[in-house]
Design a protein around this ligand. Structure first.
Ligand SMILES: *[C@@H]1O[C@H](CO)[C@@H](O)[C@H](O)[C@H]1NC(C)=O
Ligand SMILES: *[C@@H]1O[C@H](CO)[C@@H](O)[C@H](O)[C@H]1NC(C)=O
Ligand SMILES: *[C@@H]1O[C@H](CO)[C@@H](O)[C@H](O)[C@H]1NC(C)=O
Ligand SMILES: *[C@@H]1O[C@H](CO)[C@@H](O)[C@H](O)[C@H]1NC(C)=O
Length: 296
């Protein structure tokens, strides 16, 4: 449960000068939150411990916050009905009074806080973008962000929501040229780019099932002399990897132009391309490039 402390509302005063600092005097702190439950149902008759974090250091390391990051404040501050059901107690505890906040009677004292003097940062202060989520349209993906400086009456410039038509992941490259050092196999043999589907966030690596245009297949002399094998080169976690892929049974070199494929799926939260070589079997995760290899 998150309870936002409503009562002690800060009314900042804005300086007019253009040369005033963009960082508010006390930085920008989050709202007070707590995970605890209030022990009293109404009247602010119990306290809860709240905490808050400094948000402005995320925007600029030098924009540090002043003030405590934990506090104890009355909770369930909505005024109790008076007289209360089982006693004539007043509607508010601790000498606080019912005051109207957001069209409801709450118990509290309006604190006389010294107003902060600061100007709004240029363009306001945006929070981090959320992860991408698939929208309702076939190609639609969107993400959102919050204006952190809004609570300080500083408007943010720009949109709180971004919608794009197409997968937010970058296409899966076939550039596996960095793999060239490891073996005697020539990489980067794919004759076409991986087929990118922006609606489903998939990329299909096309594998040639025959030695029609290059030496894609060799007999598996290690595990099974009856299998023909091809190899896939891919960059995983920034490192070159290779995996064997079964082409077909039998030892005849085919030149019939048949194709095979491996579908990579991009996880829109982590933006990582992941695929499975079902034959080995082997997961390929966090892949940025994948291509069929050719033997020389
Ligand atoms: C809540 O805390 C305040 C100090 O912040 C204290 O004066 C008050 O007595 C406390 N109320 C209860 C019900 O513990
Ligand atoms: C490697 O891939 C790039 C990009 O498709 C291509 O331009 C280049 O010719 C390829 N190199 C070889 C040796 O096939
Ligand atoms: C994914 O790979 C990139 C390099 O391409 C690396 O910087 C990053 O840390 C990897 N992410 C994970 C979650 O392993
Ligand atoms: C591949 O990853 C999936 C999902 O994490 C897992 O269920 C499966 O066992 C993995 N397969 C292999 C061969 O590692």
């Amino acid at each position: 449960m998150i309870i936002f402390w409503l009562l002690f509302i800060l009314f900042p005063k804005f300086a007019q000068s253009v040369t005033c600092p963009a960082c508010p005097t006390d930085g920008i702190l989050s709202e007070w939150t707590t995970n605890d439950d209030c022990e009293a149902p109404c009247g602010g008759c119990a306290n809860l411990t709240y905490s808050r974090t400094c948000l402005s250091t995320d925007i600029s390391a030098s924009c540090t916050c002043k003030g405590p990051t934990t506090t104890s404040k009355p909770c369930n501050t909505q005024a109790c009905n008076f007289p209360r059901a089982n006693s004539p107690k007043p509607p508010c505890c601790d000498g606080s009074q019912p005051i109207v906040v957001n069209n409801w009677y709450h118990c509290g004292k309006v604190e006389n806080l010294t107003p902060n003097s600061y100007c709004c940062p240029d363009g306001g202060v945006w929070g981090e973008w959320s992860v991408w989520v698939k929208g309702s349209g076939r190609l639609e993906y969107s993400r959102t962000r919050k204006c952190l400086s809004n609570g300080f009456k500083c408007k943010c410039e720009g949109e709180p929501k971004e919608t794009i038509n197409g997968c937010p992941c970058p296409p899966l490259s076939i550039d596996t040229s960095r793999c060239d050092d490891s073996t005697k196999i020539s990489y980067n043999a794919s004759r076409q780019e991986n087929q990118y589907n922006p609606a489903s966030c998939t990329a299909t690596l096309i594998l040639e099932r025959s030695n029609f245009r290059g030496t894609f297949y060799k007999q598996d002399t290690v595990d099974n002399t009856q299998n023909m094998l091809t190899y896939i080169a891919y960059i995983e976690n920034g490192k070159c990897q290779g995996t064997r892929f079964k082409a077909f049974d039998g030892m005849v070199i085919l030149t019939n132009g048949l194709l095979d494929s491996i579908v990579f799926q991009c996880d829109i939260v982590t933006k990582m391309w992941n695929g499975l070589n079902p034959w080995v079997p082997k997961n390929m995760t966090n892949v940025t490039a994948a291509a069929q290899m050719v033997f020389i």
